[in-house]
Design a protein around this ligand. Structure first.
Ligand code: MTE
Ligand code: MO
Length: 539
């Protein structure tokens, strides 16, 4: 039988023990290092994934919190007695040490008993997944960071250990091979290991810092008490229709569309936030968050929309915003009569060009908003302060994480999207959409509610018409508008016989303008055309 330490294929025909491979000890050491680097890659990839999916689903934080929670009271008391206020640091430090030791073991295991190192890493991934998913407030995407981390960790472990094995097997067994393949393979291992370690460090620390910053801003946001509005929005009776499948009149914050150029959500501390009003002004003004809030806030119901919204698309939402009129804020700075634009800037450099008169018009409720649907602005929607201007697409009005209002001219300045092919001004176009039935749906024969939304912000909707195939336009029933700045719901009861149909909707605004059926793509200033759905009525 073939012992692992004998070489049956020896040319002499006799078996003799294989000499212990030189560098085996060192190889195990480097395998341990590989395990630690793989663990670093695991954590870094998880943090990076958390930036884009679920910022609070960090394995480091979740496992740390889990350990602090499950440490038996006597141990906790001992640690507190021995280390005082540093108790948590000691517990987390011990956890960190345990992670380093376990990952070093995983590295050696993967070298000597593959795939047990990968299995150990996978097990750690499962534990962190469990710690994250059992936490209060785990979201729909919370599983992503630990899974991405586990995959990255195992890949890096495989990559490193495979190179290490190759380096070991090619290692020189006597002087003659001195500068042979062994050196090259060893160098290959060191290069890959150094690269993996460096990127794990840079990415991991950067992403963790960003996630921690947003977690601490989230905590500040949670503790923030917004001033009470002097005037609230009155919702008239009949403002919301009771039709299954129609969009709600007010869009919950969690479902609100999000569009911005920010790779990671800016973390702005309201206590150090400042708004500067400068440019063509009589005096430059700087406001703190408290100064802004103490100017007095009111509620405004406004439907905002993105210029990139396709006909029938979902880049539109309606909220009750809490804020201060922009005209009151601009008045503090005394804008020059020759100015015609305000370039609003966000902390991350995004800018929007808004006509000055849209902001100073007492008949238009342009506001700096601090609240959204009864809460401080969510971080993704511009915390702590953003601009909202009824009737203008977001890219020329709705600057989030606002930091500056520069009074200027269209001749002198451009907003972020203007040199990128979008119109310098962007009034929202009269539009409507069918929410139910959905395109491609099959409905039972008989009475079916065809329903959806229509909007003409700052003008108001007067009517909505629906057509079946090429039939006559029929007036839909409208919900009672909250105001002319919000969308309205509409419904048409349709008596449908079996067959396949195309339903088309169009809206009429308060000025009597009928929504155009001419199709245009979003660039440069918003899509036009009628929304159509194909439905099958079952026999
Ligand atoms: N700072 C900043 N603000 C921004 C943007 C941006 O990229 N950066 N995008 C604008 C665009 S194009 C739109 S449509 C709205 C979207 O606002 P929401 O994400 O709250 O729905 O924000 C506007 N404000
Ligand atoms: Mo947008």
């Amino acid at each position: 039988m073939a012992e692992p330490t004998t070489n049956p294929s020896d040319a002499s025909g006799a078996t003799r023990p294989v000499p212990p491979r030189p560098g085996d000890r060192a190889t195990s050491g480097w395998a341990a290092v590989s395990g630690v680097i793989a663990a670093g890659a695991f954590l870094a990839a998880a943090e990076l994934a958390a930036v884009f999916t679920a910022r609070d689903a960090s394995p480091i934080v979740a496992v740390g919190a889990f350990v602090i929670d499950v440490v038996p009271p006597p141990v906790k008391e001992f640690v507190i007695a021995a280390f005082g206020v540093a108790d948590k640091a000691v517990l987390l430090g011990s956890l960190g040490l345990a992670v380093v030791i376990a990952s070093a073991i995983a590295g050696v295991l993967e070298l000597r008993r593959p795939p047990w190192g990968a299995v150990l890493l996978g097990g750690a991934g499962l534990l962190s997944l469990a710690a994250i998913l059992t936490r209060a407030g785990a979201g729909a995407l919370s599983w992503v960071p630990p899974v991405v981390g586990t995959v990255a960790g195992i890949l890096v472990l495989e990559l490193l250990v495979r190179r290490l094995r190759r380096a070991r097997d090619a290692a020189p067994t006597h002087e003659a091979d001195g500068a042979g393949t062994g050196t090259v393979d060893r160098r290959g291992f060191f290069v890959v290991a150094a690269l993996a370690a460096a990127s794990a460090l840079v990415v991991g620390i950067g992403a963790r810092a960003s996630n921690a910053a947003s977690a601490s801003i989230d905590a500040l946001r949670g503790a923030l008490r917004l001033p009470t509005p002097r005037r609230t929005v009155a919702i008239p009776a009949g403002a919301e229709l009771d039709v299954p499948g129609i969009s709600p009149l007010f869009t919950p914050n969690a479902d609100f569309y999000r569009i911005d150029t920010a790779l990671t959500v800016p973390a702005v501390d309201p206590s150090s936030w400042r708004l500067t009003i400068d440019g063509m002004v009589g005096r430059r003004v700087e406001l703190s968050f408290d100064e802004l809030a103490s100017m007095g806030v009111d509620e405004y119901a406004v439907t905002i929309a993105c210029v990139s919204n396709e006909v029938g698309g979902g880049l539109i939402g309606n909220a009750i915003w809490l804020g201060v009129p922009v005209r009151d804020i601009l008045a503090l700075a005394a804008p020059d009569a020759s100015a015609d634009m305000v370039l609003s800037r966000s902390v991350d450099g995004f800018t929007a060009s808004t006509p000055l008169d849209a902001l100073t018009d007492p008949g238009r409720d342009a506001i700096l908003a601090v609240g959204m649907n009864g809460e401080p602005l969510p971080l993704e929607h511009g915390f702590p302060v953003r601009m909202i201007v009824p009737g203008l697409y977001g890219y020329v009005s709705a600057t989030k994480w606002l930091s500056e209002l520069k009074v200027t001219t269209f001749a002198a300045d451009q907003g972020y999207w203007t040199p990128r092919g979008w119109s310098p001004t962007g009034p929202i176009k009269l539009s409507s959409r069918i929410d139910t039935p959905r395109s491609g749906a099959t409905v039972p024969a008989g009475r079916t509610a065809v329903a959806g939304m229509a909007w003409a912000q700052h003008t108001g909707i007067d009517g909505v018409e629906v057509r079946v195939d090429d039939g006559a336009w029929r007036r839909a029933e409208l919900s009672t508008p909250v105001n002319r700045d919000t969308w309205v719901q509409w419904v048409l009861e349709w008596d449908a016989a079996p067959g396949t149909y195309e339903l088309t909707v169009r809206a009429v605004d308060h000025d009597g303008q009928v929504q155009t059926g001419e199709s245009a793509p979003p660039p440069p200033d918003g899509a036009t055309g009628w929304h159509r759905v194909r439905v099958t009525v079952a026999g």
